[in-house]
Design a protein around this ligand. Structure first.
Ligand SMILES: [Zn+2]
Ligand SMILES: [Zn+2]
Length: 341
Protein backbone atom coordinates (compact mmCIF):
# COMPACT_ATOMS: atom_id res chain seq x y z
CA UNK A 1 0.00 0.00 0.00
CA UNK A 2 1.01 3.63 -0.43
CA UNK A 3 1.92 5.86 2.51
CA UNK A 4 3.10 9.47 2.78
CA UNK A 5 6.38 9.16 4.70
CA UNK A 6 7.39 12.32 6.54
CA UNK A 7 11.12 13.10 6.71
CA UNK A 8 10.88 16.86 6.94
CA UNK A 9 8.27 19.47 6.13
CA UNK A 10 9.70 19.84 2.62
CA UNK A 11 10.53 16.17 2.25
CA UNK A 12 7.50 13.91 2.24
CA UNK A 13 7.85 10.81 0.10
CA UNK A 14 5.21 8.46 -1.23
CA UNK A 15 6.51 5.03 -0.27
CA UNK A 16 5.27 1.45 -0.41
CA UNK A 17 4.64 -0.50 2.77
CA UNK A 18 2.90 -3.80 3.51
CA UNK A 19 -0.73 -3.53 4.63
CA UNK A 20 -0.60 -3.99 8.45
CA UNK A 21 -1.68 -7.36 9.82
CA UNK A 22 -4.34 -7.28 12.55
CA UNK A 23 -4.97 -9.33 15.68
CA UNK A 24 -8.29 -10.89 16.66
CA UNK A 25 -9.37 -7.79 18.61
CA UNK A 26 -8.25 -5.20 16.07
CA UNK A 27 -9.60 -3.70 12.88
CA UNK A 28 -8.06 -2.58 9.61
CA UNK A 29 -9.45 0.64 8.17
CA UNK A 30 -9.23 1.79 4.58
CA UNK A 31 -8.49 5.51 4.85
CA UNK A 32 -10.90 7.72 2.94
CA UNK A 33 -9.98 11.13 4.33
CA UNK A 34 -7.51 12.51 6.88
CA UNK A 35 -6.99 16.10 7.98
CA UNK A 36 -3.64 17.89 8.15
CA UNK A 37 -3.28 19.26 11.69
CA UNK A 38 -1.22 22.19 12.96
CA UNK A 39 0.83 19.72 15.00
CA UNK A 40 1.78 17.90 11.76
CA UNK A 41 3.53 21.14 10.83
CA UNK A 42 5.62 21.51 14.01
CA UNK A 43 8.95 20.19 12.82
CA UNK A 44 10.55 20.36 16.30
CA UNK A 45 7.81 18.06 17.62
CA UNK A 46 8.39 15.43 14.94
CA UNK A 47 12.16 15.64 14.42
CA UNK A 48 13.16 12.92 16.87
CA UNK A 49 10.70 10.40 15.39
CA UNK A 50 11.28 10.73 11.63
CA UNK A 51 10.75 9.08 9.25
CA UNK A 52 7.13 8.50 10.19
CA UNK A 53 3.65 8.43 8.73
CA UNK A 54 1.60 11.32 10.12
CA UNK A 55 -2.14 11.80 10.13
CA UNK A 56 -4.27 11.60 13.27
CA UNK A 57 -7.60 12.90 11.97
CA UNK A 58 -8.68 9.90 9.88
CA UNK A 59 -12.01 8.56 8.69
CA UNK A 60 -12.60 5.53 6.51
CA UNK A 61 -14.23 2.17 6.02
CA UNK A 62 -13.53 -1.02 7.98
CA UNK A 63 -11.75 -3.36 5.55
CA UNK A 64 -11.07 -6.21 7.98
CA UNK A 65 -12.35 -6.97 11.45
CA UNK A 66 -10.76 -9.41 13.91
CA UNK A 67 -12.82 -12.42 15.04
CA UNK A 68 -13.11 -11.11 18.62
CA UNK A 69 -14.18 -7.58 17.66
CA UNK A 70 -17.71 -6.73 18.78
CA UNK A 71 -19.94 -3.97 17.53
CA UNK A 72 -18.18 -3.37 14.23
CA UNK A 73 -18.28 -5.10 10.87
CA UNK A 74 -16.51 -4.86 7.56
CA UNK A 75 -17.97 -1.97 5.59
CA UNK A 76 -18.75 0.25 8.60
CA UNK A 77 -17.86 3.91 8.09
CA UNK A 78 -15.82 5.13 11.05
CA UNK A 79 -13.80 7.91 12.59
CA UNK A 80 -10.85 6.61 14.61
CA UNK A 81 -9.24 8.48 17.48
CA UNK A 82 -5.52 7.73 17.54
CA UNK A 83 -5.06 8.11 21.32
CA UNK A 84 -7.19 6.55 24.06
CA UNK A 85 -6.88 6.47 27.84
CA UNK A 86 -6.68 3.37 30.09
CA UNK A 87 -9.42 4.31 32.63
CA UNK A 88 -7.52 2.73 35.53
CA UNK A 89 -4.45 4.91 36.23
CA UNK A 90 -4.15 7.81 38.65
CA UNK A 91 -4.64 10.38 35.87
CA UNK A 92 -7.72 8.63 34.50
CA UNK A 93 -9.19 8.43 38.01
CA UNK A 94 -8.93 12.23 38.04
CA UNK A 95 -10.39 12.48 34.53
CA UNK A 96 -7.08 13.77 33.18
CA UNK A 97 -7.45 11.35 30.29
CA UNK A 98 -5.03 13.08 27.95
CA UNK A 99 -2.26 12.79 30.56
CA UNK A 100 -2.70 9.01 30.89
CA UNK A 101 0.44 7.03 30.01
CA UNK A 102 -1.48 4.78 27.68
CA UNK A 103 -2.93 7.78 25.87
CA UNK A 104 0.38 8.50 24.14
CA UNK A 105 1.29 4.86 23.57
CA UNK A 106 -1.88 3.96 21.72
CA UNK A 107 -1.72 4.92 18.08
CA UNK A 108 -2.96 3.83 14.71
CA UNK A 109 -0.40 2.06 12.53
CA UNK A 110 1.26 3.41 10.48
CA UNK A 111 -0.80 6.67 10.57
CA UNK A 112 -3.65 8.36 8.76
CA UNK A 113 -1.74 9.32 5.63
CA UNK A 114 -1.75 5.74 4.39
CA UNK A 115 -4.11 3.66 2.26
CA UNK A 116 -4.86 1.42 5.23
CA UNK A 117 -4.20 1.61 8.97
CA UNK A 118 -4.45 -0.84 11.85
CA UNK A 119 -6.53 0.16 14.87
CA UNK A 120 -5.28 -1.37 18.17
CA UNK A 121 -7.81 -3.00 20.51
CA UNK A 122 -8.12 -0.13 23.04
CA UNK A 123 -8.80 2.35 20.22
CA UNK A 124 -11.39 0.00 18.74
CA UNK A 125 -13.17 -0.37 22.07
CA UNK A 126 -13.03 3.18 23.34
CA UNK A 127 -12.88 5.69 20.55
CA UNK A 128 -13.79 4.32 17.14
CA UNK A 129 -17.04 6.02 16.21
CA UNK A 130 -19.46 4.95 13.52
CA UNK A 131 -20.43 7.82 11.26
CA UNK A 132 -23.75 8.14 9.42
CA UNK A 133 -24.08 7.19 5.78
CA UNK A 134 -24.87 10.78 4.83
CA UNK A 135 -21.83 12.30 6.51
CA UNK A 136 -18.94 12.77 4.08
CA UNK A 137 -15.65 11.28 5.29
CA UNK A 138 -13.86 14.60 4.96
CA UNK A 139 -16.29 16.18 7.40
CA UNK A 140 -15.82 13.35 9.91
CA UNK A 141 -12.09 14.17 10.03
CA UNK A 142 -13.04 17.36 11.90
CA UNK A 143 -14.17 15.29 14.92
CA UNK A 144 -10.67 15.35 16.42
CA UNK A 145 -9.92 19.09 16.12
CA UNK A 146 -13.45 20.02 17.23
CA UNK A 147 -13.03 17.66 20.20
CA UNK A 148 -9.82 19.47 21.18
CA UNK A 149 -11.66 22.82 21.14
CA UNK A 150 -14.64 21.53 23.13
CA UNK A 151 -12.23 20.29 25.78
CA UNK A 152 -10.42 23.64 25.92
CA UNK A 153 -13.63 25.61 26.37
CA UNK A 154 -14.98 23.22 29.00
CA UNK A 155 -11.70 23.31 30.89
CA UNK A 156 -11.84 27.10 30.71
CA UNK A 157 -15.23 26.95 32.40
CA UNK A 158 -17.09 28.90 29.73
CA UNK A 159 -20.41 30.31 30.94
CA UNK A 160 -23.46 31.82 29.30
CA UNK A 161 -22.90 35.52 28.67
CA UNK A 162 -19.10 35.31 28.69
CA UNK A 163 -16.86 37.47 26.56
CA UNK A 164 -14.00 35.71 24.79
CA UNK A 165 -10.87 36.70 22.95
CA UNK A 166 -9.54 34.14 20.49
CA UNK A 167 -6.00 34.84 19.34
CA UNK A 168 -5.24 33.09 16.06
CA UNK A 169 -8.01 32.55 13.53
CA UNK A 170 -6.90 29.37 11.80
CA UNK A 171 -9.12 26.28 11.76
CA UNK A 172 -9.14 25.80 15.53
CA UNK A 173 -9.55 29.53 16.20
CA UNK A 174 -12.65 29.55 14.02
CA UNK A 175 -13.98 26.35 15.63
CA UNK A 176 -13.60 28.13 18.98
CA UNK A 177 -15.72 30.99 17.63
CA UNK A 178 -18.51 28.63 16.56
CA UNK A 179 -18.40 26.65 19.81
CA UNK A 180 -18.27 29.75 22.03
CA UNK A 181 -21.53 30.88 20.53
CA UNK A 182 -23.09 27.48 21.21
CA UNK A 183 -21.86 27.61 24.80
CA UNK A 184 -23.67 30.94 25.09
CA UNK A 185 -20.84 33.46 24.86
CA UNK A 186 -22.18 36.97 24.45
CA UNK A 187 -19.16 38.40 22.66
CA UNK A 188 -16.32 36.86 20.67
CA UNK A 189 -13.34 38.98 19.66
CA UNK A 190 -10.90 37.38 17.21
CA UNK A 191 -7.40 38.48 16.38
CA UNK A 192 -5.20 37.37 13.46
CA UNK A 193 -2.60 38.84 11.13
CA UNK A 194 -4.34 37.46 8.04
CA UNK A 195 -7.47 39.30 6.89
CA UNK A 196 -8.86 36.26 5.05
CA UNK A 197 -8.98 34.34 8.31
CA UNK A 198 -10.72 37.21 10.08
CA UNK A 199 -13.37 37.28 7.38
CA UNK A 200 -13.88 33.54 7.87
CA UNK A 201 -14.17 34.07 11.64
CA UNK A 202 -16.92 36.62 10.94
CA UNK A 203 -18.73 34.05 8.82
CA UNK A 204 -18.68 31.71 11.81
CA UNK A 205 -20.11 34.40 14.06
CA UNK A 206 -17.21 36.45 15.43
CA UNK A 207 -18.58 39.73 16.78
CA UNK A 208 -15.38 41.75 16.51
CA UNK A 209 -12.25 41.01 14.46
CA UNK A 210 -8.88 42.67 14.87
CA UNK A 211 -5.77 42.62 12.71
CA UNK A 212 -2.99 43.73 15.10
CA UNK A 213 -1.13 45.21 12.15
CA UNK A 214 -3.79 47.90 11.92
CA UNK A 215 -5.31 48.01 15.39
CA UNK A 216 -4.28 47.47 19.00
CA UNK A 217 -6.09 44.39 20.34
CA UNK A 218 -5.77 45.63 23.93
CA UNK A 219 -7.48 48.92 23.04
CA UNK A 220 -10.28 47.12 21.19
CA UNK A 221 -10.89 44.73 24.08
CA UNK A 222 -10.93 47.63 26.52
CA UNK A 223 -13.54 49.44 24.46
CA UNK A 224 -15.64 46.30 24.03
CA UNK A 225 -15.64 45.26 27.70
CA UNK A 226 -16.00 48.55 29.56
CA UNK A 227 -12.34 48.44 30.38
CA UNK A 228 -12.31 45.15 32.29
CA UNK A 229 -11.05 42.61 29.72
CA UNK A 230 -12.65 39.35 28.64
CA UNK A 231 -13.70 36.40 30.79
CA UNK A 232 -11.75 33.93 28.67
CA UNK A 233 -8.79 34.20 26.32
CA UNK A 234 -7.96 31.27 24.05
CA UNK A 235 -4.55 31.36 22.41
CA UNK A 236 -4.39 29.21 19.29
CA UNK A 237 -1.33 30.98 17.83
CA UNK A 238 1.97 29.35 18.86
CA UNK A 239 3.76 32.58 19.74
CA UNK A 240 5.02 34.17 22.94
CA UNK A 241 3.73 37.55 21.72
CA UNK A 242 0.24 36.04 21.49
CA UNK A 243 0.45 34.86 25.11
CA UNK A 244 1.75 38.25 26.28
CA UNK A 245 -1.13 40.11 24.70
CA UNK A 246 -3.47 37.35 25.92
CA UNK A 247 -2.53 38.09 29.52
CA UNK A 248 -3.11 41.80 28.94
CA UNK A 249 -6.63 41.40 27.58
CA UNK A 250 -7.80 38.81 30.14
CA UNK A 251 -9.93 40.28 32.91
CA UNK A 252 -9.11 39.89 36.59
CA UNK A 253 -10.27 36.44 37.63
CA UNK A 254 -10.46 35.41 33.97
CA UNK A 255 -8.94 32.39 32.29
CA UNK A 256 -6.16 32.24 29.74
CA UNK A 257 -6.19 28.96 27.85
CA UNK A 258 -2.95 27.63 26.38
CA UNK A 259 -4.18 25.86 23.27
CA UNK A 260 -1.04 26.08 21.12
CA UNK A 261 2.47 25.10 22.26
CA UNK A 262 5.30 27.51 21.46
CA UNK A 263 8.71 26.37 20.23
CA UNK A 264 10.91 24.57 22.78
CA UNK A 265 13.10 27.01 24.72
CA UNK A 266 10.64 29.88 24.48
CA UNK A 267 9.40 31.21 27.80
CA UNK A 268 6.72 33.55 28.98
CA UNK A 269 7.70 35.74 31.90
CA UNK A 270 4.98 35.96 34.49
CA UNK A 271 4.90 37.77 37.80
CA UNK A 272 3.42 35.74 40.66
CA UNK A 273 2.66 39.05 42.34
CA UNK A 274 0.61 40.25 39.40
CA UNK A 275 -1.09 36.87 38.99
CA UNK A 276 -1.82 36.79 42.72
CA UNK A 277 -3.64 40.09 42.64
CA UNK A 278 -5.29 39.54 39.26
CA UNK A 279 -6.26 35.92 39.97
CA UNK A 280 -5.96 35.14 36.28
CA UNK A 281 -5.96 31.37 35.82
CA UNK A 282 -3.74 29.78 33.22
CA UNK A 283 -5.37 26.70 31.75
CA UNK A 284 -3.50 24.52 29.25
CA UNK A 285 -5.58 22.10 27.21
CA UNK A 286 -3.81 19.33 25.33
CA UNK A 287 -5.60 17.07 22.86
CA UNK A 288 -9.04 15.53 23.35
CA UNK A 289 -10.53 12.48 25.03
CA UNK A 290 -13.25 9.99 24.12
CA UNK A 291 -15.76 12.33 25.80
CA UNK A 292 -15.34 15.28 23.48
CA UNK A 293 -14.97 13.23 20.28
CA UNK A 294 -18.52 12.02 20.85
CA UNK A 295 -19.77 15.54 21.49
CA UNK A 296 -18.00 16.71 18.33
CA UNK A 297 -19.60 13.97 16.25
CA UNK A 298 -23.05 14.97 17.51
CA UNK A 299 -22.45 18.62 16.58
CA UNK A 300 -21.25 17.67 13.11
CA UNK A 301 -24.15 15.25 12.61
CA UNK A 302 -26.70 17.87 13.57
CA UNK A 303 -24.95 20.44 11.36
CA UNK A 304 -24.49 22.82 14.27
CA UNK A 305 -21.00 23.52 12.94
CA UNK A 306 -20.63 24.22 9.27
CA UNK A 307 -17.59 21.99 8.82
CA UNK A 308 -17.91 22.13 5.02
CA UNK A 309 -16.83 25.75 5.08
CA UNK A 310 -13.77 24.97 7.17
CA UNK A 311 -12.37 22.69 4.50
CA UNK A 312 -10.61 24.84 1.93
CA UNK A 313 -8.27 22.38 0.18
CA UNK A 314 -8.30 18.73 -0.78
CA UNK A 315 -5.45 16.60 -2.09
CA UNK A 316 -4.96 12.96 -2.95
CA UNK A 317 -2.67 10.83 -0.82
CA UNK A 318 -0.05 10.85 -3.59
CA UNK A 319 -0.15 14.67 -3.45
CA UNK A 320 0.65 14.79 0.27
CA UNK A 321 3.64 17.06 -0.39
CA UNK A 322 1.30 19.65 -1.91
CA UNK A 323 -1.14 19.23 0.98
CA UNK A 324 1.56 20.08 3.53
CA UNK A 325 2.89 22.93 1.42
CA UNK A 326 -0.60 24.43 1.20
CA UNK A 327 -1.20 24.09 4.93
CA UNK A 328 2.09 25.87 5.68
CA UNK A 329 2.25 28.51 2.97
CA UNK A 330 -1.21 29.30 1.64
CA UNK A 331 -2.56 32.22 3.65
CA UNK A 332 -6.02 31.56 2.29
CA UNK A 333 -6.23 28.02 3.61
CA UNK A 334 -7.99 26.62 6.64
CA UNK A 335 -8.46 22.85 6.87
CA UNK A 336 -6.46 20.87 4.34
CA UNK A 337 -7.70 17.32 3.77
CA UNK A 338 -5.89 14.36 2.27
CA UNK A 339 -8.28 12.04 0.42
CA UNK A 340 -7.66 8.47 -0.64
CA UNK A 341 -8.65 9.30 -4.22
ZN1 LIG B 1 -4.70 17.43 15.55
ZN1 LIG C 1 -4.97 6.07 32.38
Amino acid sequence: MKVAMYYHQQDIRIEEMPIPAINKDEILVEMKACGVCGSDLMDWYLKSRVPLVLGHEPAGVIAKSGSRVEGFSVGDRVFVHHHVACFTCHYCMHEDYTLCKQFHKTNIEPGGFAEYFRVPAPNVQIDTLKIPEVLPFEEATLIEPIGCCIRALRKSGIQTGDSIVIIGSGTTGIIHVALSRMFGAAKTIVSDLIDYRLRMAEKFGADVTVNPENEDLAEVVKAETEGIGTDIVIVTAPSIEAYKIGLRVCRKGGKLCIFAPTNPGEYLQISPKELFFSEIQIIPSYSTSHLETRMALELIKSERINVKELITHRFKLVEAVEAFKTAVENKESLKVIVLSE
